[in-house]
Design a protein. Structure first.
Length: 95
């Protein structure tokens, strides 16, 4: 039997979305490193209060507009949300 697919995109719904999960994990790690709640981050970013949690759990695929808003809420460059956790979020590799 064939795996179910998203009818619009033909993407398997049973395979993990690793990039989405990695992005969500990065968002959570960076948010927690600043001791921010999901609700406070959403307020700073100007997004719905449930959105950070949904992105962190991989339930929502954020748009560019959302990524930019979340990065502003964290006061970090957007690229930081895509970096691995071994990369210094300040950009100082000598830290």
């Amino acid at each position: 039997m064939e795996a179910p697919t998203d009818a619009c995109y033909g993407v398997s719904m049973t395979e993990p979305v690793t990039d989405q999960a990695t992005f969500g994990a990065n968002l959570r790690r960076l948010r927690l490193s600043q001791n921010l709640t999901q609700e406070f981050l959403s307020h700073r970013a100007g997004v719905h209060w449930t959105l950070p949690g949904q992105v962190e759990r991989g339930e929502r695929n954020p748009t560019l507009k959302t990524i930019l808003a979340l990065s502003r809420g964290l006061d970090l460059p957007p690229a930081t949300l895509f970096q691995t956790e071994t990369t210094d979020p300040t950009g100082d590799d000598n830290a």
